[in-house]
Design a protein around this ligand. Structure first.
Ligand code: PMP
Length: 400
């Protein structure tokens, strides 16, 4: 295939540079730049030792690298280093908040406020905690143009609300919420704001001091980092109250036969051997992100989703649900999105089709599933052109 436009960043990503694949699924996971892949190899080739326990140079150096990665994350999100807990990813972080913090706070009749756009990771843990504590799960719905309804949020927020748990950026509609404003409203009622930052971390500036949210969870693998590493930010005083969900080595001060005393955060949450290579790889991914520049990323995101909207609108029979910040979700009328995705695959186009772990949102939109193209800095207009051309062929094939 002739690629009409050359993209400056694609060369940094070996999987894409060495193939004809048109990767439009960065919202599921981003591709990894060579520098991150090298950091993982380098760790195992030259630095591998367990951290926080070795009294020899190699182990001390690995500990220093791991803690350096924590500082890098803290710098990236504008928080203190002891407010950064390494996790497996967003899902684990959100489950820990629900089980280690919210369960202590919630009483029967209290309310947990979430939105209809939440990913199952920021929805099912709250359903379970609501069932355990007798709290009620309340939903904020969308405006007519499919945006978060701030007016509905203000109607639903009340003195019974104890936890507000919201996405920063939707994985289906691509909209970004105003976290500072939501935090202020939430705190006016004495509730806590938990933010699912899985999609936002690689697309907009993260600033915990400015946001003033209470907890914020995100995943390394969606921001050019490795899989299996993520971050849970919590305000220091709340992490002091929050209970660990896992217990074991390295998170304790002292253990006697009948009881144990835990270290302070963040280590009290990091039980057992950690993903040290992952944390170091995430640090390198952050360096890479900074080098590219969030403003550049935002520009590519907006450019490509707008270009895609215009291109797809030219095709009769395409319904678009959301287009923003590097995400466009749509359907080809009369053809199941799974079939469309299989046909797109035959043209080397990688797109996600399904409910996108947001079944309540699909029900709200009255669709069983949809297709989603999501972009990153290695994509360009030629990728969108290829998508539009392939969709035209599929439409003809199905006689639509
Ligand atoms: N929330 C949102 C909005 C997401 O898009 C995702 C990833 N699809 C998650 C949570 C869960 O992230 P992870 O699978 O990395 O834990």
């Amino acid at each position: 295939r002739e690629r009409s436009v050359k993209n400056n960043y694609k060369a940094d990503f070996p999987l894409l540079a060495n193939s004809d694949l048109i990767y439009l699924d960065s919202a599921a996971t981003s591709q990894k730049p060579q520098c991150v892949i090298d950091a993982l190899t380098n760790y195992y080739q030259t630095q591998n030792a367990n951290v926080h326990r070795a009294l020899y140079g190699l182990g001390e150096a690995a500990t220093a690298e791991y803690e350096q990665a924590r500082k890098k994350v803290a710098g990236f999100i504008n928080s203190e280093a002891d407010e950064v807990i390494f996790t497996k990813g967003t899902t684990q972080g959100l489950n820990w908040i629900a089980n280690g913090f919210a369960e202590q706070v919630l009483k029967p009749g209290d309310e947990i406020l979430i939105s209809i756009e939440e990913h199952h990771s920021n929805l099912v843990p709250w359903q379970i905690i609501a069932q355990k504590t007798g709290a009620k799960l309340v939903y904020v719905y969308l405006t007519a143009d499919l945006n978060f309804d701030y007016a509905d949020f203000e109607v639903k927020l009340n003195s019974k609300t104890k936890i507000v748990a919201l996405h920063h950026m939707s994985n289906v509609l691509g909209n970004i919420l105003d976290i500072s404003k939501l935090a202020e409203l939430t705190h006016n009622f004495g509730a806590y704001l938990v933010v699912d930052g899985a999609q936002a971390a690689a697309h907009t500036v993260l600033d915990m001091k400015k946001f003033d949210c209470d907890f914020y969870a995100f995943s390394g693998h969606k921001m050019f980092g490795p899989m299996g590493i993520g971050v849970l930010f919590g305000k220091r005083e709340l992490l002091a109250k929050m209970q660990p969900v896992e217990y074991g080595g390295e998170m304790i001060n002292e253990v006697s036969e009948q009881s144990a005393d835990f270290k302070a955060a963040p280590l009290k949450f990091e039980a057992g051997t950690q993903n040290v290579a992952g944390a170091i790889g995430l640090g390198v991914a952050i360096d890479y992100l900074k080098q590219v520049g969030i403003t550049n990323i935002e520009k590519v995101d907006l450019d490509l989703s707008k270009y895609a909207k215009n291109k797809l609108e030219e095709i009769d029979g395409i319904t678009i649900y959301g287009h923003n910040h590097g995400i466009i979700s749509f359907n080809l009328d009369g053809v199941h999105p799974h079939d469309v995705a299989s046909f797109l695959d035959a043209d080397d186009l990688c797109l996600r089709a399904g409910h996108h772990c947001a079944e309540p949102l699909m029900n709200y939109l009255k669709i069983p599933a949809c297709l989603r193209a999501s972009f990153s800095i290695y994509n360009d207009y030629s990728d969108v052109d290829a998508l539009a051309n392939s969709l035209k062929k599929i439409k003809e094939f199905f006689g639509k």
